[in-house]
Every structure is written in structure tokens, then in C-alpha cells.
Design a protein. Structure first.
Length: 531
């Protein structure tokens, strides 16, 4: 039987300003009906470029060579009319971040309806019926009420379901999913993977699944192709590749798992931050007079303590209140209840009184590219806090020192963020926080967007900095493997409530609440075979 998709000796070069970058070098693979093939590798390995090449969804600077056939029809030299017919109808895509793929100005009904009207010629009434059918199939609760919703009004998991509904709208025979679960909570990720598997079984689709998460691969893929530096270095049936990997790079990926435990806390370690029954409610205002008619109870009665040299992990699904709690502790949003930093009450302080204390509490965010100014050099970004807080010393020397300490080359300090990899950008963000020698660092999903091997490096870096400087960490993540490797204590949040708290061993080895058990099952069952 002829495969749905057949790729032979694919090459992709990007030509810019006279320079040629070889992104894909002689890649060959195929995907059959009802089969799931995974392209696995780290950022820059060429997996996404290979997938986008199948229907020529690359910029004008790309030069594609080799052969790509869909059901025997050549795509590399196909006309624009042929490509338009295949794209969206026969081959559909799901991308990593639905918030950037969905139009923020259009309702869900309009976005799905447009595709149905354009590709299938359906009337508005027929498109509405088909839209409701698709939203129901992809597990959107109460789909009729969601038709008028905009993307920002949906959760991350719901937005990804809408993206899947759009991809399935025209009954494709091949679905290409590019990191569709990377930014999702573990429970939502498990639901999305099961949804894709169910739809594939029902529709008999071929699925090309692109990811850097080998736990996901083992759960969903029939065959695996491992990519490094634009080449496939190993391929074969999933079970064979996991049990008997042949290539050193494959073995390296399989071994890339955050491990170990944090150093013990000193018996006399001072308490750095403490809250008692902290409450964060956002008023709901309606009507002409903007009267308060209710409250969004983002966080209810949260009590936390973090000592010097200690990491408190905060886990829970999106919307559970994890980041809101951290922002309140940092005094970036208002809250009710006492907050103490280094034995000083800070919850009632005005901004001018808080300003001198800001150097003692720093934050590292999930997306370093979004949190680093593209118009500033790395030296300017890292040194900015020194200027604001009037710290003594030669700024460039201090920047060089902290770059060395965080595993960056000081000779690159005059470059801009876009010239660095994702892992290097996260190190820049960490260096920016650490140069002020803070007492408390809040880390909000700092590893979730990174490759597995880079995650391991960042975990080791954070442990080393904590050991050297006695830092107190609040570590927020949906990746429970990383939480376990870094955290001394863990609190579990659900719908604004702390539903369970305890030492890392207590939470991971003997969870008490059904919700915690569900989180752990979603996180570790997926990876049980790849550990």
C-alpha cells in the first residue's frame, strides 16, 4: 500500500544576506493511513522545518530539495493551486501555541465557520451545525455557549481543542501536530493525547507528531524518527527504539530526566518569606455604576513559609492560583493577609517603600524571549537592576562574573536575545535575577518550554546557585518531575485552594487527596516506561 506521505532525501536551506544555513539534510520518512510517526529532537534539529516543508509552508528564503509526495502526488514542485487544495483539506496542522494561531478578534464560531465555508462551501447554518459537531467531538463542554467566545476567554486546554476542531473540520487524511501539548498541564496533556488517539482510530488518519518529550512519544507513536542537526540519526518501531537505542544521541535524549534531590536545609536557616491565610479576590463589576456583584476567588487562605536554602514547589492546573499567589507575595498584585519578607511586613507598604526591597525578591518567567527586551543587549538586560538599585562595582565586570556563573560566555554580552538559543535565553533571565544577590527568587514555569536535555542543565544550575547563595525559591510548574528534583516542600492548588501540602516525599510518595493522585498519575504514568 502506498503511504499517505512519503519524504525522500529532503533538504532545506535558508538563504539570507548571501549566507546559507542548512536546516534539513537528506531526511527520509513516511506516514501511512492510521499510523502515528513521531519526529523527535531538540530545538533546531530540523523537525518542524521538515514538517512544514511537506506543503511548502516555509518563507521565501527557504530552498527545498528532494521529494515529498502525498498519495503519490509531488508537493515540492506542485502549483500554488494544488497546494491550496491539499492544505487544510487533505493535510491539516495543529501548532504548539493556540493563542498565536487563533485570531484574537474573531469568535470561535467565526473562525471555524470561515474554514468550513471556504473549503466546503457550506452555508452559515450548515457551518454552525458542523462547528457544534466538531466542538462536541473534541470535548468542549457546553459547546453552544462557546460559539460566541473569543480565544482569550478559553483555557489553554480548551484553545488547543478548538485548534484540533479546526484541523479536523475538513476531514483531513493526514494530521501534522507540532508540539501540541508542550504548554499544557499534565492532566490536560493526557486528555489531548487520548483525544488525538480516539479521533485517529475513528477516522483512520495518518498522524505526524513532532515533539521533544519522549514520554509523549512512547504513549502515542507507532514509529519514531530521531533528528539531530537536520538529519535523522535513528528511526524504527517505538518499542525497539526505547528498549534498544543504537545512536548515542538517542541514548542521551532517553537519559535526559531531571533527577536527584535538593540539598538539605540548614537547621538554623532563617525564614525568608511567610504568608498567613492570604486571600486574593478580584471583584466582578457590572452595570453603568460598575457595582461589585461578586468576586473571582483566585486564592483562598494560602499559608506558606520558605526558608533560606529551601525550595517550595507549587503545583496545580492552569487557573488554580499558582502564579496569582506568587505575584501577591512579590507585591505585584494586591491581596489580603500578612506577608513577611525577611522578618518585615511588606503587605501594607506603598510602592516607594517597597522599591528598596525589590532587589531582595526577583522573578524568572516561563518565556525568556517574551521577558527579555529585544532592543537591549544582554549586558544591558542583566545590568539594568544594578543601575536601578544603585549597586556598587563595575557593571560590565559584574555582568561578566554572573554570566560565567550561569554558564554563559561573557564574550557574548554585547549580543541581543534573538542571537541565543532558548536555554541560553533562560540562563540570561536567571543571570538578570541573580546579579542582585536576592534572598527570594520566584521561578514561574522556567523549564516548561525547554528541551529535556536543557531542562536538566537548568535544574542543575538552579540547585548550584541555591547551594552557593542560600537562596529561597518558590518554584511554579506543571512538570512534576522537575518539581520533585528541586523542591523540599510542595503545595498543591486547585481552584484557588491549597488542597494538600507537605514535604516532597510526602506529596509524591503518599498523596492524600484525589486531585493530587490525579495529577501524579497524569504526570508519571505517561513516563513510566521511559524512565
Amino acid at each position: 500500500m502506498t503511504p499517505l506521505l512519503q519524504v525522500r532525501d529532503l533538504t532545506v536551506d535558508f538563504v539570507q544576506a548571501g549566507a546559507t544555513t542548512k536546516a534539513v539534510r537528506g531526511v527520509s520518512f513516511e506516514v501511512g493511513a492510521g499510523e502515528t510517526v513521531a519526529l523527535v529532537g531538540e530545538s533546531g534539529s530540523g523537525k518542524s522545518v521538515s514538517a512544514l516543508s511537506t506543503v511548502r509552508l516555509l518563507p521565501d528564503s527557504a530552498r527545498i530539495g528532494g521529494s515529498v509526495t502525498y498519495k503519490g502526488q509531488e508537493m515540492v514542485a506542485a502549483s500554488d493551486a494544488t497546494l491550496r487544495e491539499v492544505r487544510g483539506n487533505d493535510i491539516s496542522f495543529i501548532f504548539q501555541e493556540p493563542m498565536t494561531s487563533l485570531n484574537p478578534l474573531h469568535t470561535i464560531e467565526k473562525q471555524l465557520g470561515e474554514s468550513l465555508e471556504l473549503h466546503q462551501g457550506l452555508s452559515k447554518t450548515a457551518a454552525r451545525v458542523r462547528t457544534l459537531e466538531l466542538l462536541t467531538k473534541t470535548g468542549i463542554p457546553d459547546p453552544e455557549s462557546r460559539l460566541s467566545a473569543y480565544p482569550h476567554q478559553l483555557s489553554g486546554g480548551q484553545r488547543q481543542r478548538v485548534m484540533i476542531a479546526m484541523a479536523l473540520a475538513n476531514g483531513p487524511e493526514l494530521l501534522i501536530a507540532d508540539e501540541p501539548t508542550t504548554a499544557l498541564d499534565v492532566t490536560i496533556e493526557a486528555q489531548i493525547l487520548e483525544l488525538l488517539a480516539e479521533i485517529q482510530r475513528a477516522e483512520g488518519m495518518g498522524l505526524l507528531f513532532i515533539t521533544h518529550d519522549l514520554g509523549v512519544v512512547r504513549k502515542i507513536a507507532t514509529r519514531v524518527c530521531v533528528m539531530q542537526n537536520g538529519e535523522i540519526v535513528e528511526s524504527g518501531p517505538t518499542e525497539q527504539l526505547f528498549t534498544a537505542p543504537q545512536h548515542p544521541y538517542t541514548r542521551k535524549l532517553l537519559a535526559a530526566e531531571p533527577s536527584g534531590t535538593p540539598d538539605p536545609i540548614a537547621p538554623n536557616a532563617p525564614r525568608i518569606v511567610e504568608t498567613a491565610d492570604l486571600r486574593i479576590w478580584f471583584p466582578i463589576k457590572r452595570g453603568l455604576m460598575r457595582k461589585t456583584v461578586g468576586n473571582i476567588q483566585a486564592v483562598n487562605a494560602a499559608t506558606v513559609q520558605v526558608h533560606a536554602g529551601e525550595t517550595l514547589g507549587i503545583v496545580g492546573e492552569s487557573g488554580s492560583g499558582k502564579t496569582t499567589l506568587a505575584l501577591a507575595i512579590m507585591r505585584l498584585i494586591s491581596s489580603e493577609g500578612p506577608i513577611t519578607l525577611d522578618n518585615r511586613r511588606i503587605d501594607g507598604l506603598k510602592n516607594r517603600d517597597l522599591r528598596p526591597l525589590r532587589g531582595d525578591m526577583q522573578m524568572v518567567f516561563q518565556d525568556p524571549f517574551g521577558s527579555l527586551s529585544p532592543r537591549m543587549t544582554v549586558a544591558q538586560i542583566i545590568a539594568e537592576g544594578l543601575t536601578i538599585h544603585k549597586r556598587p562595582g563595575d557593571p560590565r565586570q559584574l555582568v561578566a562574573d554572573i554570566m560565567t556563573e550561569t554558564g554563559l560566555d561573557p564574550d557574548t554580552m554585547d549580543r541581543y536575545p534573538h542571537e541565543f538559543s532558548g536555554g541560553q535565553r533562560q540562563r540570561i533571565a536567571i543571570a538578570r535575577a541573580m546579579i542582585l544577590q536576592p534572598k527570594l527568587v520566584v521561578l514561574d514555569e522556567p523549564t516548561s518550554a525547554l528541551d529535556m536535555t536543557v531542562q536538566v542543565q537548568i535544574v542543575d544550575l538552579l540547585r548550584g546557585l541555591q547551594r552557593k547563595y542560600g537562596l529561597a525559591y518558590i518554584f511554579i510548574s506543571h512538570d512534576l518531575r522537575v518539581v520533585r528534583a528541586l523542591s523540599h516542600r510542595v503545595i498543591v492548588m486547585q481552584n484557588g485552594d491549597v488542597v494538600e501540602s507537605g514535604t516532597s516525599d510526602q506529596i509524591f510518595d503518599a498523596p492524600q487527596t484525589p486531585y493530587t493522585k490525579t495529577l501524579l498519575a497524569a504526570a508519571f504514568d505517561k513516563r513510566a516506561h521511559s524512565a
